[in-house]
Design a protein around this ligand. Sequence first.
Ligand code: CP
Length: 304
Amino acid sequence: MSKSGPSLLFTHQLSNEVIFSLFEKAKLYKETQFHNIPDSYSGAVPLLLFFEPSTRTKVSFQMAMSRLGLKPIMIDVNEQSSVVKGETYLDTLKNIMAMKPDLLVVRYGEDKEITNYLEAQETPVINGGGGVSEHPTQALLDAFTIYEEYGQFQNRKILLIGDIVHSRVASSNIHLLTSLGAQVGLFSDEDLCKDYSSQKYMFETLAQALAWADVIMPLRPQKERFKQYGYSASSYAEKFCLRQEHLKMLRSDQIVMHPGPWNESVDIEEAVVNSENSRIFQQVENGVYVRAALIDSILSEKHK
Ligand code: CP
């Protein structure tokens, strides 16, 4: 499926050819609402393992699998598994893999050992969000939503706002959207985008950044990933919150996206979420089609 085998662990494994073929399939699922789904892998058993909290990604994968006629097994690791008895995440993974699921979707934190283990597996694995650097299916669904809106990526201007450095969505999006031909701009702070200081499009004020962008994507402060959190909710909001008053500055062809979860009035105000410029719930909907397209591609290949 990807450049380096059946798994999708890293955004760089996706060639543009694979991305556009996934988009074609996702578009078809959206248009037909999953009529005429294939049954070539109907007995396959996918498994979801989330070591970190999730709403959108977890349910979206479950929904996509159910729409494809599959019966996913979902384990709430931190409540229902033997992790509560002291088993490590890596040993949990090894035991799960010994049961030979047809596909594993996994979310985990910053853990090189787990990444190495997953990379070595023959069973296809989809990264449902790993550490601060990878969330490939979020990048895919974000790109699909932009493609749906504009029909192409060439020179489209995508603005990321706020906590870039701790955001795996930012990292994956910067890679994927740039490789598709879009320009990615940042409005952030020195501390919050230090690995990206050489990025070409950087802005001094939010107003300048908003005037530049086609797509505006605020990000929440990822407090759980800060070594030392130096921002109060109000200081973050003062600089980065996308507010109702900003809507007046936007053209009708500019769209607002957010990967979620958002912190109300810290990174975005409810009025913006619900505005005409917002595509936030469209992103969530598109996540199901894009993930279904990915699952279908992987399982079709496996059951050839
Ligand atoms: N966008 C995203 O990953 O959301 P969840 O953490 O709710 O899955």
